[in-house]
Design a protein around this ligand. Structure first.
Ligand SMILES: Nc1ncnc2c1ncn2[C@@H]1O[C@H](COP(=O)(O)OP(=O)(O)OP(=O)(O)O)[C@@H](O)[C@H]1O
Ligand SMILES: [Mg+2]
Length: 803
């Protein structure tokens, strides 16, 4: 039969009955299978055959052919229902051996428990098989296999332990009940006590085929900690199957105690609260930052610190940090600028109040008499409401000792230093002066100081403040030449310990060294285009937005020594003195008594010249003067009523009449000379500068920054003073087209004329002259600026190469 197929199936029966673990009742006897056709063993039914056991055999099938073969395996007969074949379709390559496992269960064992294994395919081989049952003691097999699969790594007291239990029945056909007993027990314990170091629970389950059960055990809070064994035992038909796993029962981390005292959960809670607090803090801070108006970086250690020579002027804007000024830095001039109502006068007054508290002698030139409020204590409720924000007490409000004098004429001899006393303020009201005379007046003040023979000193001892100084600008009605005087004072006064403070609505119109050498700049809120433009060019765009929005009383402060020279914002504190200026009647009182006292003093001087001892009279006059300084006119009156008759008597005794004091005027010619002197000085300095450079072999190169000499500075039709081409560019940027047209039109080109005259640059003049439209003009200027800068640079390089 099919002899062409060279196949001999060699079946080696390897009787290798494995020992069965769980079978309690019976074990199936091993069958023997030999080559090709084999072995039928008689059923030795020694006892009643019951459930539970099985036996297994492995047969080796050898393909002795060269080619591969495919075989089918099955059983027939009484054993059909209880024989399991692990592979029923077998592919065997040529000259190879394959093993097949057969499991025979002692289920449904009857008297005739025989059948056959049929192997067919390319051959047909039948192997008769008989199963023999043995007594249960010898049985080692079981139908049911258990396995625990862990689902969680840690087992904690007070929690559930969840695991998976696999139950696998070898008898796929039959359902049966089993009782599962779960036992968790302390490994190595001498005695097991339920609930203390042992837990057990049980359940009945129906077993069929393979199953996966998810089960849990509640681990009590007080279960002893340590190593445990979880055992699962299944009981069925008097048989038993078992599995186990190893576990460590511990306390959850959060219940551990740090140093045996503080539970970890408390620490975690505290840390979480701190973290939460920190996050909330960060969010709030971010919110506050986002709502801040001012974003400039302030390095607090680079700001003036508190000390003997520090003035407390307010707070760094939007912080609670106090802001200080180094008072000695005020010896080089200070400018307070800002649009009307922005808080210029108040912030300047704060600086002056602080100077007075440090015993500086102050003189203020005030066109509005607003500063006369310095002589009275603050009563204004609104201003007092600001005190607590700055940590100030209402009891700190005070008046400052001083006097107020009306200037009658710009040429009046001022006797400035006679009136300036440490810690006192001398207010000169200028409301009677014509704006055109302001230049004379400034020249007068400067002359007065230069002629006073002052001693050189270090540190700030005197302070001069000019409020509303923009009035000397041509566009506010002045002649413009007052600047030369101020420039001179700014340069020279420092050596005498005199600081100059200029308070002005605009700053960009200030010229030359005043603008270039501002030591401390306080810029309050402004809307002036020129100033905004200057700030943008100098410090950057962001300052413009901030300054436009800046609240009243907050100003940008710049000083090269503060905050690395980067401008920052100060919220000036409220003032201590009255916000209200003295009434005209009160001012008249001051004038009246000042005049009386001046006259009496003049009268005493004359008596002294006549060799009359006036020591006591002078003492009494001083007392009445002091009462004027504290505004106590009733007392002044009383003193004077006593003093005047005594002086009159002295004159009667002398038999003469005193001369009346007359307003002493400085000759206009002298003042003009003074102004001319300033102009010449400046010109000389420019020449000297040029000479020094020439001596050093450095030729001063023309750039757009080069300043024209003062006599050829350009005054635009709107009054703006210009001294350099760079300055002209910054004036032109915000300038309205109509204003530009007034200077440059078909009939005249003031700028081209000026370039030719002031800088002798005909090349530039020629380029500019034909352009009559503002934007095109400005563009051309920017181009020329670059060209000129390159020329200057090129010159430098050539020189370097030559050397
Ligand atoms: N630091 C401050 N704290 C509280 N209020 C202030 C402060 N600065 C200014 N103010 C308020 O603003 C008003 C105007 O201030 P101030 O007179 O200083 O302005 P100004 O810039 O000098 O104006 P003008 O150009 O009209 O002289 C003050 O009367 C005051 O009410
Ligand atoms: Mg003011």
């Amino acid at each position: 039969m099919k002899t062409t197929i060279l196949l001999v199936v060699c079946i080696c029966l390897i009787i290798s009955l494995s020992s069965l673990v769980h079978a309690q009742q019976y074990e199936v006897a091993p069958g023997r299978i030999e080559k090709v056709i084999e072995i039928i063993q008689g059923l030795e039914n020694t006892q009643d055959a019951g459930f539970g056991g099985f036996t297994e055999q492995t047969i080796n099938i050898t393909n002795i052919q060269n080619g591969a073969i495919a075989l089918n395996l099955r059983v027939s007969g009484a054993i059909e229902g209880n024989t399991l074949i692990n592979e029923t379709l077998l592919m065997i390559p040529g000259k190879s051996i394959r093993s097949v496992n057969l499991k025979f269960l002692s289920l449904n064992l009857s008297a005739n428990n025989s059948g056959e294994l049929i192997i067919d395919g390319e051959t047909l081989t039948t192997i008769p098989i008989t199963i023999t049952a043995r007594p249960k003691e010898q049985s080692k097999g079981s139908w049911l296999m258990l396995e625990i699969k862990e689902m969680q790594e840690n087992v904690y007291t007070g929690r559930q332990y969840v695991f998976r239990l696999f139950t696998t029945s070898l008898n796929a056909e039959t359902e049966f009940n089993a009782t599962l007993i779960y036992t968790l027990k302390r490994s190595g314990a001498e005695e097991l006590i339920e609930g203390q170091n042992m837990l057990s629970q049980e359940e009945d389950v129906l077993i069929k085929g393979a199953n996966s059960l998810i089960r849990s055990i509640d681990i009590p809070k007080d279960l002893e900690l340590g190593d445990y064994i979880l055992e699962v035992t299944a009981e069925y038909f008097g048989e038993e199957a078992q599995t186990s796993t190893f576990l460590v029962v511990s306390v959850p981390l959060y219940k551990h105690k740090l140093f045996g005292k503080v539970p970890v959960w408390v620490i975690i809670l505290i840390l979480a609260l701190i973290l939460l607090g920190f996050i909330i803090f960060k969010i709030i801070k971010k919110h506050i930052e986002a709502n801040k108006r001012f974003h400039v970086k302030v390095e607090y250690d680079k700001l003036p610190q508190p000390g003997d020579r520090s003035l407390t002027v307010g707070r760094i804007a939007e912080t609670d940090k106090k802001a200080y000024f180094d008072m000695d830095s005020l010896t080089v001039h200070t400018i307070v600028a800002g649009s009307t109502g922005g808080g210029k006068s108040i912030s300047a007054q704060v600086i002056i109040e602080e100077c007075l508290l440090k015993n500086v002698a102050v003189a203020i030139f005030d066109p509005t008499a607003q500063w006369s409020g310095m002589l009275r204590k603050l009563e204004d409720k609104k201003m007092l409401e600001f005190y607590p924000i700055y940590g100030m007490k209402k009891s700190e409000a005070r008046a400052f000792p001083g006097n107020v004098r009306a200037i009658e004429s710009a040429r009046e001899k001022i006797n400035l230093l006679k009136y300036m006393k440490p810690g006192e303020i001398q207010i000169f009201t200028l409301n009677k002066l014509d704006p055109k005379d302001m230049d004379f007046f400034v020249a007068n003040v400067v002359r007065e100081i230069f002629s006073s023979n002052l001693q050189e000193t270090r540190g700030l001892t005197k302070m001069l403040a000019f409020d509303e100084i923009h009035r000397i600008l041509p566009k506010f009605g002045g002649s413009g030449s007052g600047f030369l005087q101020i420039e001179r004072s700014c340069r020279e006064f420092r050596k005498w310990g005199i600081g100059v403070m200029l308070i002005s609505q605009v700053l960009s119109d200030f010229v030359g060294e005043i603008k270039a050498n501002i030591n401390t700049e306080v810029q309050m809120k402004t809307r002036d285009e020129g100033d905004l433009n200057r700030i943008k060019l100098k410090y950057g765009e962001s300052y413009i937005q901030e300054l436009i929005k800046s609240p009243v009383g907050t100003g940008m402060v710049q000083n090269n020594k503060f905050n690395n020279g980067i401008p920052y914002y100060i919220q000036f504190r409220p003032i201590l003195h009255s916000v209200i200026r003295l009434t005209d009647e009160e001012l008249a009182e001051y004038n009246k008594y000042n005049q009386i006292i001046d006259n009496l003093e003049y009268s005493l001087d004359q008596l002294e010249e006549n060799k009359i001892d006036v020591f006591d009279l002078r003492l009494e006059l001083k007392l009445s003067k002091d009462k004027v300084k504290s505004g106590n006119f009733n007392m002044v009156k009383i003193y004077l009523e006593g003093l005047t008759p005594r002086i009159d008597k002295a004159w009667q005794k002398l038999g003469k009449t005193p001369k009346q004091k007359e307003l002493e005027l400085i000759d206009e010619v002298v003042l003009r000379e003074e102004m001319e002197k300033a102009r010449k000085l400046k010109a000389e300095q420019d020449v000297a500068k040029k000479k020094i450079m020439a001596d050093r072999g450095e030729e001063e190169k023309f750039t757009f920054k080069t300043e024209a000499s003062p006599d050829v500075s350009l005054t635009l039709p709107d009054g703006t003073l210009v001294i350099s081409l760079d300055g002209l560019i910054s004036e032109l940027i915000p300038m309205k087209a109509e204003k530009f047209q007034a200077a440059v039109n078909e009939k005249q080109n003031m700028i081209a004329d000026w370039v030719k005259k002031a800088f002798k640059r005909e090349d530039i003049e020629k380029e500019l002259r034909p352009i009559l439209e503002k934007d095109a003009f400005l563009k051309k200027m920017q181009e020329l600026k670059e060209k000129v800068a390159k020329e200057a640079e090129g010159g430098d390089k050539k020189k370097e190469e030559a050397t």
